[in-house]
Design a protein around this ligand. Sequence first.
Ligand SMILES: *[C@@H]1O[C@H](CO)[C@@H](O)[C@H](O)[C@H]1NC(C)=O
Ligand SMILES: *[C@@H]1O[C@H](CO)[C@@H](O)[C@H](O)[C@H]1NC(C)=O
Ligand SMILES: *[C@@H]1O[C@H](CO)[C@@H](O)[C@H](O)[C@H]1NC(C)=O
Ligand SMILES: *[C@@H]1O[C@H](CO)[C@@H](O)[C@H](O)[C@H]1NC(C)=O
Ligand SMILES: *[C@@H]1O[C@H](CO)[C@@H](O)[C@H](O)[C@H]1NC(C)=O
Length: 946
Amino acid sequence: MALVLSPAKLVLLAVHYAVKADMDSLTILAARHDTILRKELLLRIILTYLPETLQSNKYVAFLEQLEKGELPDPSSKDVDASSVESLSEDEATKRVRKLRLLPLKTNDTPVGADDDPISLFLIQRAYKVDEEAGLLNELPSLLLPFLDHSSYVRTLLVSTILPLLRRNVEYHPEEPVQYTLSAFQQLPDRVAVNLLLSQTGVREEDLPFVGRDLRGLVGPWLVDEKKWRKRRQSTTHTDGEDDDGICPGCDEVLRWITTQAAKNWKVAVSAVQQWAGPADADLASWGVLELTKEQHEHVEHAYAQAALASAYFISETSAEALEGAYSMVAKVADIRDLEPLPPLSSALAILPPLAEQIAGDITSSRNPTYLRNNPLSCSNALTTPSNATVAFLEALVLSAHILTKAGCPSTVRRAGELALLQDEREQKAEATKFIHAISNNGPKSDDKYWMRARNEVLWLRSWGSEEASTQIPPKGIFSQLKPEFLEVEFLKALLSNTRYNLARSLYEDESDHPLDRKLLQETIYATAMTAYDNASNPNRTRGGLKKCDEIIKALPNTIAKTDPIARRTESLLKATHALSEYRLVLKQGEPFTPIVLRVHKDPISIIGKILEQNPKSYTRLQDFLDLGKRMVQAGLTSHDKSKGTTFLTPEEEANHISTAERRIAAMCIDAALTEDDFETAYSYVVNRLGSLSAPSANIQDDYSWKAALQAGKYRRTARTVRPTHLGHSSANADIRHLEQRIECLATALRIAPPPTLQEILNAFRRAEEELDAALKAEEEQEEEWDARGDTMHGMPGGFNTTIPTTSGKGRRSSTSAGKSSSRREQQEEAPMSLFDLARASGLTAQRNISALSGLQRAATGLIGGGGGGNGARSTTPGPGRNSSDSTHASEHQQHSLSGSVSSLEGGEEHKRARKRDQLREAAMSGLVSGVGWLVGAPGPTAPARE
Ligand SMILES: *[C@@H]1O[C@H](CO)[C@@H](O)[C@H](O)[C@H]1NC(C)=O
Ligand SMILES: *[C@@H]1O[C@H](CO)[C@@H](O)[C@H](O)[C@H]1NC(C)=O
Ligand SMILES: *[C@@H]1O[C@H](CO)[C@@H](O)[C@H](O)[C@H]1NC(C)=O
Ligand SMILES: *[C@@H]1O[C@H](CO)[C@@H](O)[C@H](O)[C@H]1NC(C)=O
Ligand SMILES: *[C@@H]1O[C@H](CO)[C@@H](O)[C@H](O)[C@H]1NC(C)=O
């Protein structure tokens, strides 16, 4: 039945069917009234009123029929027009006016698409379905039938809907992109890429799908022409020159990859491993990416460059990350048909000679900037793929890997900076750190490990160029360091890890001798000292000292036992070991460690500390003298002891030893006095200092005379250690003590420098007066005693001499004052009579006159108005004195003497005159009034010699 409806009512009816999604009725209506319901009008009605939620397959057939102009009209069917029949025409016209049908063309309509209503409709419809219903997944079935209809439809489907659909529905539905279709299309490339890939490789389990994402999201997205720069409108395209930036869209993808390298390297590595570049696209068979040869070449080149740049950008310092970097380099070599890379493990094993392949312009000093800037620029000399850049990067990855594996974590870029900046200090620091790490972290007892480590150290410098055969400077990350430096550091590591045999075979036995003898010696010595300095225990059979001992003996053909270095070290070890027997704290609370001895400014003073901290240790004088000698022989007293291989001359050494011995004896004397052991102090004075020659110009000795003087000034107290071999006679002991003190003072006089003589003489005089008084008192007491005619028993005054006096008369000289043994003998033999004592004092004095001969001569010269150059008046010569003794007199004294003499003869310098004055004063006030009788004046008792 033919319906007769006005055009307005027809339109309203069509709208009605559209709203009801009654496609069958609409089809019939449209078929029957095609003059009014024309294609464009129908498309606008559907666009505006067909529900967006309607499945595409419900109306795609209609669109196809409409497009072809073949809407079917089954005459058997009728349409229901009841919805519009009752309307008045006016009402119908009014309603049509209010329909507000959407236009097919909008401002966004792509230029060139505007002549095709179906394409325009499909695009608008797609946007609306997405926006109003969110049914992105309905769009393929809507658009697919029209793929060949228009490139705009195809682009929309393949380049936008496909990626978004995969991204939001298939790949990462949990985190969909929240943009509408049209909004997404408007986004700048960078934002779009980052959105598409925002979930790519985010979780560890996503990593295997990074390639899928790139292929499935980015691949289709790049199909859009807009992602490619329009070629210049020139028919004759000059190939190659225009290539840079051909595909801004690709550039964004590549930038994304390099950014990932810095942030999350595993994503970048997965990308390069799983994706072959922009040409590697999965378009779901909805299209093909058609690239020209130049475009293809361009994107492949750019992709390879991005892969190299990514290797530089990896910021994690793990072996795994570096393995990833290596795989990227290998991939680049592969896709660009460059020199292929061996597997990483074999590269690390063979350490390939890469230096030859690295052209000089790569290691140019202009290039460090490219490590950080413009990674994807075609002017970047480091990332532009070539055999040279690949070899350079391979070398850097291997270098960083070697460092990292050893325990010095390094990035590719860090290795690149070392190689390119060529800063010697930086390289040195890194090399030292590296060798240190080798030394600390490896399987130390495995010689193979060490051999390999050495090869690595040397390779890092040269990257495999043959040292001898090339004039070209080395290019590696240690390029500025001398091979000797590396060898020395390595040898130190070997030795401190007790790899002595290997050290011997590498540095002593090999014919090429990597280190010359002198450097080798210095290195061994330095390492031995490092072990020494690290020691905490001064016992040489343990820890650091033991190691020091082993190291110094490790290369016997280089440092023989008899070598001065070996001897010096032996002395050092002996000296240190000797200290282990004592309690010794130098700084508050800190126990002594060997290094303290080695660096001490005044090592001999440590003996003073021992004496302070170890009661009675002063009795071990000989041990301390040996110790002092060792210290000198160990070089500890030389001023530039930091230089291990400079030595004292034998003469200097003898002088240092002599100085040390004098000082140590003096220290022991002081310590003995401090502990009130006068007897020991006295015995040291007479035995040690008494035999000393006066100090010479080369021997500084301000200690001996002071010690002798201290002993001479010592006064007995209750605390004084009693001589074990004497009786209890206090008077006897007092006199004996005074004699001993005088003897000490006499020693002091003999060895002291002239300016100090006055002080000693004063002490001498006082002691002498005391002795005088003591003798007198004794005499009086004896007289009183004789007068009483009493027996010896019960005598007051402490003379309880009950020892038989049988041998008393025939005793030998009781007065060999310096020899305590003979004194003991004397004491044990017989009681000492007062007369004997007096005589003894005189004799002691007489005998010691000779010791004062220099002084005496001076005095004689002064008092007697100059007795001539020889000076010495013939006085009673003491035993052991002879004429040659005058030549043994101290230089000071000889100077004094000759000075005074020569000044008398002709007048000399002021200085000598002053000395003479001092001497005169000493002689006048001291010698004449006090001990004058000692110097030759007739004594109170006649000297009796036997
Ligand atoms: C790179 O090296 C390979 C293999 O040695 C060689 O075949 C190729 O020609 C080289 N490429 C260039 C650009 O020099
Ligand atoms: C230093 O001493 C410590 C322990 O005292 C030891 O573990 C370390 O290996 C020593 N270092 C060297 C270089 O000898
Ligand atoms: C040194 O060490 C050895 C071995 O540990 C030990 O037998 C010896 O007594 C120590 N010597 C001293 C003086 O401590
Ligand atoms: C005093 O004379 C004795 C005997 O000759 C000698 O052993 C001693 O060293 C002398 N003392 C001094 C201080 O010269
Ligand atoms: C003197 O010696 C006698 C006999 O050995 C002894 O009994 C007496 O106590 C002694 N006197 C003194 C003061 O030591």
